[in-house]
Design a protein around this ligand. Structure first.
Ligand code: PLV
Length: 322
């Protein structure tokens, strides 16, 4: 068996974004992972640690965690059951089935699907694979920063890292990675969409909060409650985590600009991070002094996502009037 399931992804200099911002911008291309998103880093690691002897894994997912779990399970010769909410697009079902997963649809949003996955783990004796809240996931995700450090080479440190937040698993992995390579002082800009903003809401409230509903179309950011570790990091004086929101329209516009300029199609969850560049937010944060003048390149985690194709893109454009 391969040592791990993820691949070492390219770190690409992005001339168009660099020109826009007037600073070097690098793209960490997690969309090119075998499962289509960064999720395979953490989930692959967790499955290798916890599911080798398993009679089956079960994962609740907006889409990408499920594809990663199904991919890892297939490679390990273990059956997988993936529970998704009815809000996930139909194309996700097909992708999961292509990976050999048994797909169940439960509830309207991820939290509903998760309740069903936990029930199945209990009643059927399956190994539960959490999509964002587990130290093994964060450890797996942290490899993204180790790779960035290796690609940038000695003496080059990012000015900031730009990342999307759903339940906060990727954010925790990034922070862990920054700690591992001694880059604790690098600010992290953590992006969500309005209506899938559990992390931002927690920061505003000064404690974890559970959203009433997910009203954003960025369904893969749609956890109602952020993980505790992400919130705790946000409260640490040693770290600089800047939480910001964009609208669904801005996230979708960013998906389209990225497709047009970089010829890569990503889903809205990733568009939320890209929108920080295209909407001028990064520049604004610098003008307001909330983000220090960047002493190194901006590293954008292109988290990817498979819940999109041309049909889904045009349906989202129609729905959001973009
Ligand atoms: N998506 C999770 C949680 O959904 C899932 O089940 O796939 N970018 C993409 C493309 C994602 O798929 C996700 C998470 C994120 C960003 C955010 O990552 P997180 O949850 O670790 O903050 C409800």
């Amino acid at each position: 068996m391969a040592e791990h399931f993820h691949v070492n992804t390219p770190l690409l200099e992005c001339m168009r974004m660099s020109k826009r911002l007037g600073i070097p911008v690098y793209l960490k291309m997690e969309n090119s992972q075998p499962s289509g998103s960064f999720k395979i880093r953490g989930i692959g690691h967790l499955c290798q640690q916890l599911a080798r002897q398993s009679k089956g894994v079960v994962c609740a997912s907006g889409g990408n965690a499920g594809v990663a779990a199904a991919y890892a399970a297939r490679k390990m010769g273990v059956p997988s059951t993936i529970v998704i909410p009815s809000s996930s697009p139909q194309l996700v079902v097909q992708r999961l089935q292509d990976e050999g997963a048994t797909v169940k649809i439960a509830g309207k949003v991820w939290d509903d699907a998760n309740a069903e996955a936990l029930r199945l783990a209990e009643t059927e004796g399956l190994t539960y694979v959490p999509p964002f809240d587990h130290p093994l996931l964060w450890q797996g995700h942290s490899s993204v920063i180790t790779e960035v450090a290796a690609s940038l080479g000695p003496g080059v440190k990012p000015g900031a890292v730009l990342v999307a937040v759903g339940g906060g698993g990727l954010l925790c992995g990034i922070i862990q990675g920054l700690k591992n390579v001694g880059w604790m002082d690098v600010p992290v800009v953590a992006m969500e969409t309005v209506g899938a903003d559990c992390f931002n809401a927690a920061l505003k409230a000064g404690k974890l909060v559970t959203l009433d509903d997910i009203t954003s179309e960025a369904k893969c950011l749609g956890a109602k409650t952020a993980c505790k570790q992400a919130f705790e990091y946000s409260q640490s004086n040693e770290l600089n985590i800047i939480s910001e929101l964009v609208t669904d329209q801005q996230a979708l516009q960013a998906v389209q600009t990225f497709l047009d300029e970089e010829r890569v199609l990503v889903e809205m969850a990733c568009g939320a991070a890209l929108a920080a560049v295209y909407s001028g937010l990064i520049g604004r944060l610098q003008d307001e002094g909330r983000l220090p003048t960047l002493s190194g390149p901006l590293v954008v985690i292109v988290c990817g996502g498979g819940s999109i194709n041309l049909e889904e893109l045009s349906s989202l454009k129609h729905k959001l009037h973009v």
